[in-house]
Design a protein around this ligand. Sequence first.
Ligand SMILES: Cc1ncc(COP(=O)(O)O)c(C=O)c1O
Length: 422
Amino acid sequence: MDHSGDDQFLDSVVEKYARYVNPGLARLMAFAGYGVEAKAEGCYLYDHTGKKFLDCLGGYGVFGIGHRHPKVVEAAKRALDTQPLPSKVFFSRPLADLAEKLAQISPGDLQYSFFCNSGTEAVEGALKLAKAFTGREKFVATHAGYHGKTMGALSATGREKYREPFLPLVPGFGFAPFNDVGALSAIDNQTAAFIVETIQGEGGIHVATAEYMAAAREACDRAGALLIVDEVQTGFGRTGKMFGLDHHPGVQADLVTYAKGLSGGVAPVGAFMGTERIWAKVFGENPLVHTSTFGGNALACEVALASIAVIEEEGLCDRAAAMGSRMKSGLQSVRDRFPELISDVRGEGLMLGVEFTMDDVGELCIAQMVKRGVVAAYTLNNRRVIRFEPPLIISESEVDTAISVFGDSVEETNSLVSAVMQ
Ligand SMILES: Cc1ncc(COP(=O)(O)O)c(C=O)c1O
């Protein structure tokens, strides 16, 4: 149905959000200037009026290979025509193939996979396995780290605003400042695991130093604790290498979590992986100790396999590194024009963040960008930071368009802020 120019259509959807979904969210999305999503392809989203948007958010890191990559859509269609959801009693060939593929490409000696449907579920599973394997109850996580919003994952998430309404959360979680080697002394001989991202995504795009990741591994070894690396956002080429951990050769994780980029942007997929000794103990004692009805379904596994193949065949890790460095220098040039408004530009590959000097300016700037046809969002645990996480297939000219729109949007935001300050 064509809804071009149809304000009534937009109003009716917003009204349903307000009545039946979430009134506050309806207001927030309307403020940012979003219409109704109608279709998506490659690096672009289209709203109900047919307006085209360059996607610089990439579904918070989901659309690494772009929207509706033909090879992934094809794989999904094949699965739909055979058996998309498993009976769970037969062996599944796609699940076995995906587990094998992940063991081949994942860093270190991560061998076994458990499949689920989201990042937070992957984190839940990893935390549970760490507890069962070590027989310990304590966890150490990082300030501003983000691991999801189910009870266990939220217990490891470092933002009070999300935690406070649900207290008390799972007991035993403590927090240490990110990138602070000295603070790793919080990992002691009662700690089951330390959970960390190689780049804090929702925390505001903070890149872990090599020294910090190496020290984290050492601290876990000393304490007999496990190292859980949350690759939900950093995984599958986003940072310019297949995994965030690939930037830290020599640092081996005991457990990792995947989701977002594994989905190929077509079907929800999550997974956590672990080493042989962890699986042998936890699943050896009871193969059904952790299960999921939908996890590892054939549709999701075929889509994930096809999407990893696309990342490899199209050289998207290298592409993310190259386009990321072009985008980063473009963002830095905008920062140089507006040093009073932008304090920092940081990140790796196509996981980049721009930090503003004041609260709320990011939101104003996002609204300006949306008006000019570029989609962006701030980071959940740090609203001063706008993230740029476009599809890794983005071209040089699309990067340049994004930078030029960002520059114009900051300029207009600057005028608005100056007018308010006077
Ligand atoms: C590092 C990290 N872990 C876990 C999650 C939770 O993933 P999901 O929203 O799929 O539950 C996110 C989501 O942004 C994330 O960035």
